[in-house]
Ligand binder design. Structure first.
Ligand code: AOF
Ligand code: ZN
Length: 350
């Protein structure tokens, strides 16, 4: 006999079928079962498209099959008219007898209201409370009202980012590069400082696969108007760019570039801007001073460090250089060998 937990595992696998497609929407999977048999299973494919429950019900050759069935879904069915109508009402209309939910939806638009619609219609609801890991940034954002912040960098074995000077230093190999593209694709916003922009001239794009909503590229700069026009982030329009300038702008910018002006772009101010736009995750990719500023502000929820097999020595730039910070306690979540490089992933202790 197939159990609720078996079905939830299938629903979880559905939710994970694709990556980087749902943008600020959660990844959600659903399974419809009746008399111990799976009738249909599907997931939320892309931001703006049908939700998982609707995709699943739409798979049935005969809609009457749903009458008396159990819907197992990784997230509380929604109650609002957003880009799509409410899933909870669709489940009621379909005649489903029971709904098993992985976690409540922390989005205040829904939070508990989906469950209320189902229960008021006489549907039995079970909340298992065990799918939070599917959408960690989404959950974090609604819990803390700021994006989940990852500090990501490549370092030498002696903790240096770059050789001294104004030349870009390539530390890690192709396997680490591919992996870091995947890390980027899991983010809604990327951030670098001015030195990194000028020295490395990165494009900050995801090039290894197509994303309908690529992460927004943020750069903190002292004066946006003084940036050279041929920088990759200004010439490559494949993702939005926000220049966080500490001086006002009078320049005309390409359509993909927005300038946000503040006297001082602190980590808190950057997070507030990102959150105000509904973006739930932010990855800080250097340099040394920006990483130090986030550590000093205590704004760091996750660290991804790629360690390359070389030492750069005494005058090279350390991973973080700047104001003093309280020690930040982390726990190791993964160690991955990528050819000659090692990826270390940590979470913040809470
Ligand atoms: C579900 N099933 O598969 C998803 C849900 O703008 P909309 O209409 O796409 O609504 C987005 C919100 O709906 C999202 O913030 C979350 O609360 C919920 N997502 N709900 O029942 C799904 N993706
Ligand atoms: Zn929905």
């Amino acid at each position: 006999m197939i159990t609720d937990l078996d079905c939830m595992q299938l629903a979880w696998a559905q939710a994970r079928r694709e990556f980087g497609q749902t943008w600020t929407n959660p990844q959600v999977g659903a399974v419809l079962v009746k008399n111990g048999r799976v009738l249909a299973q599907d997931y939320h494919h892309q931001y703006g498209k049908h939700h998982a429950e609707v995709e699943t019900l739409d798979q049935l050759a005969d809609p009457a099959l749903a009458v008396g069935a159990t819907m197992v879904v990784t997230l509380e069915p929604c109650s609002h008219y957003g880009k799509t109508p409410p899933c909870a009402k669709r489940l009621v209309a379909a005649g489903v007898a029971r709904v098993v939910i992985g976690q409540r939806d922390p989005n205040p638009l829904v939070a508990g209201k989906g469950i209320a619609i189902l229960e008021q219609a006489g549907i039995a609801v079970t909340v298992l409370g065990q799918t939070g890991g599917l959408n960690s940034a989404y959950n974090f954002f609604y819990q803390h009202q700021r994006p989940l912040v990852t500090l990501k960098y490549a370092t030498s074995v002696d903790g240096k980012l770059n050789a001294a000077g104004t030349q870009r230093t390539y530390l890690t190999g192709p396997a680490a590069l591919r992996d870091s593209q995947h890390e980027r694709a899991g983010q809604q916003a990327l951030l670098i400082g001015e030195q990194t922009l000028l020295v490395d001239d990165p494009s900050l794009t995801v090039r290894t696969f197509a994303m309908p909503y690529p992460p927004v590229r943020l750069v903190v700069v002292r004066d946006a108007d003084r940036l050279p026009e041929q920088l990759h982030v200004l010439t490559d329009a494949s993702a939005p760019v926000w220049l966080l300038s500490e001086a006002p702008t009078s320049r005309t910018w390409p359509p993909h570039v927005q300038v946000h002006v503040a006297a001082h772009w602190t980590p808190q101010a950057i997070c507030a801007l990102v959150a105000a736009h509904g973006l739930q995750s932010l990855q800080v990719e250097g340099g040394s001073r920006l990483l130090a500023a986030f550590l000093a502000a205590g704004v760091c929820d996750r660290v991804v460090a790629y360690v390359a097999p070389l030492a750069l020595g005494g005058t090279a730039l350390p991973v973080a250089q700047g104001p003093a910070a309280e020690p930040l306690a982390l726990h190791l979540t993964a160690v991955t060998q990528l050819a000659e490089d090692v990826k270390l992933t940590y979470g913040r202790n809470r």
